[in-house]
Design a protein around this ligand. Sequence first.
Ligand SMILES: Nc1ncnc2c1ncn2[C@@H]1O[C@H](COP(=O)(O)OP(=O)(O)OP(=O)(O)O)[C@@H](O)[C@H]1O
Ligand SMILES: [Mg+2]
Length: 581
Amino acid sequence: MKKTVRALLNKRILKASEGEASRYTGGDCLDCDYVIVTENGKVSKIYDVYKSGNLKKFRIIGDFVLVKEEDVIDLESYSGETFVAINGKGEIVGVVSIKEIISFMNEYIKNLRNELDMVKTDLEAFMACSDDLACITDGSGSKVRISSSCEKIYGVKPESLIGKNVKDLEKNGMYFPSATRMVIEEKKPVTITQKTKTGRKLLVMATPVFDENGNIKRVVSISKDITDEEKLKAELNHTKELLQKYERELVALRAANTARSQIIYRSKAMEKLMETVNKIAMVESTVLIYGETGVGKEVLAKYIHSVSDRSEGPFVKINCGAIPETLLEAELFGYEKGAFTGARSEGKPGLFEVADGGTMLLDEISELPMSLQVKLLRVLQEKEFIRVGGIKTIKVDVRIIAASNKDLKELVKEGKFRQDLYYRLNVVPITIPPLRERTEDIPILAHHFLNKYNEKYGRSKQLTNEVIEAFLRYSWPGNVRELEHVIERLVVISEDNLITKKELPSELLNGESTYNAEGVYVAEIMPLKKASALVEYQLIKRAMEIGGSTYKAAEMLGVDQSTIIRKLKKYEALLDDGDMM
Ligand SMILES: Nc1ncnc2c1ncn2[C@@H]1O[C@H](COP(=O)(O)OP(=O)(O)OP(=O)(O)O)[C@@H](O)[C@H]1O
Ligand SMILES: [Mg+2]
C-alpha cells in the first residue's frame, strides 16, 4: 500500500535552535509531538516528544530523511525511518515517523475489521435468507462455510461439515455426485442434479473463484431442493392420467345409460332368440348378431351388455363402415403422440382402451378392412394390441359383439373377410328375424313407440285397429326402425287424437313398400325433368326414413353417401326456393 507523505503527516511540530531546544521542558511542548532543531537553516536534530506518566519527555531521533510533501511512502517496504517533510517553499511542515505509520495502520486495520464484520454479517444473512443451500469450499474442496438449511437438506448441523472435504462426503454417500468436486476437476461452472442420503433431490449450481494465478481458491455452490417439484410433476402426470381415465369413464357412463334399452317382443321367434341371448349374455363369449337393417341388432347388443357381469363397465359402439380405414384404426386402437400429421400431440386412447372392462359393439363388421381384421384377431385371441405409431403392448379386457347385415360366410368365400376372424367371431351367431317374419311383434312395438312419442310430444294419440291391420300387412323393409319413424310421424302430424288409416303414408295403405315396389305411380303429367327430380327426392327421403342415416340410404339406393348428401342439399335448396313444386 502506498501513501503520500502529506496524507500521513504530523504537523504538531515546534521549530527551535539548539540553544532553545536544550532549555525546553515538558511544559513548553504541550501542543507538539516533535521538536525540530535547525542550525543555519538546516535540520540538525529531531526530538521526539513523548509522554511517560504525566511527564512529557524528549528523545533524540538520530536518523531522518528529508522528503517533499507530495512524495510517496510504500508502507509495505517501510523499515522504521523518520521523514521530515518540506513544502514547495522549502519550509518544514511536519514529520512522519513510526508513530504516524503505526497509528495510520491501526486505523486502517480497524476500518478493515469493521468492513469485514459487515461483509460477514451480510454473507451470513444472505446464506440464511433462503431455503436454498449455499456452500463455499476452498480450492481443495474443504467446506469453509455452509448455510443453515444444510440441516433440513442433509440432516446434519452445518458446523459438523466445516473443514470436511466434498470428496469424502461424496464417498460416504451423504450426496452424489458432488458438484464442487466436478468444478475442481473441470475448472468451470457446473449444474447438476444431486441425490442426498436423506432422499432429497437437489439442483446444484457450482462456480469456481480463481486467484490471480488461475488457481481455484473458492468454489461457491447453491443447491435448490427440487424434491417437491419432482413430486408435483409426478402428481401432475398422475392427474393427467386420471383425467384420461375419467374421460373414458364418462364416455362409458354415457353409453351405459343408453344401454338400458328394453327389447320389446311377443313373437315365438323372438322369445326363443331371447332365451339363447339370456344364456350367452352371462358368459364371456363373442357374439355375432345378424339381421337386416333396423331389426334391433344394436339394442340387442346393449341388452346383452346390460344383463352381463360387465354391465357396470363401458359399452362402446363403433360403425366399421362409417369411418375411413386410416381413421378407423386410430379410432379403434388409439395412437401415440406424433403418429401422423394432425394427431393430438399427447396421443389418444383408442376405443378398445375406452371399452376396457366392458363391451364393444363392432357394427357393420363386414366393412372392417383386411389390415384391421388382423389387429382385431389379435385382440380377440391375445386380448392385446399396439397403438398406431406405438411400440407398447396394451392389454385389454373387452367383450366383443359384432353385428352385420351381410353374410360373413359369403364374404369369406369371396376372399373379402378373413376366415380365422370369421371363426373367432362366429362362436355364438344370432340372427334377428326381419319384422315381416314376426308380425306378432308389430302391435306391441307399435304401442310401445306410441307411448314413447305421446310422452315426448305431450300428446295422447291412439291407433285404430285399421291402422294396426295395415301395419300387419306391410312388409317393413326398414324393420323396427321404420315402424318407429312411421309412428313418430303419425303422432306429430295427425289432426285427431284417433289416428286413422287415412293418415297413413300411401305405401302402407298399399301394403307394399316403395323400397320393394318395382314401379312408380304417376298421377299427372309434368315435365320429365321435374318428375325425375321428384322421384329422386322422394326416394332419398324414404331411404333416409328407413335407413336412418345417409350412409344407410346410400347403400339402399346403390350410390355413394356423398351423392346422397349432395342431392339432398340440392333438393332442399330447390324446395326453399319453391322451384321443386
Ligand atoms: N325389439 C325392440 N324393442 C324396442 N325397440 C327396438 C327393438 N328392435 C329395434 N328397436 C328400435 O329400432 C331402432 C333400430 O334398432 P337398431 O339400431 O338396434 O337396429 P340395427 O339392427 O342395429 O340396424 P342397422 O343395421 O341399420 O344398424 C332403434 O331405435 C331401436 O330402439
Ligand atoms: Mg345398428
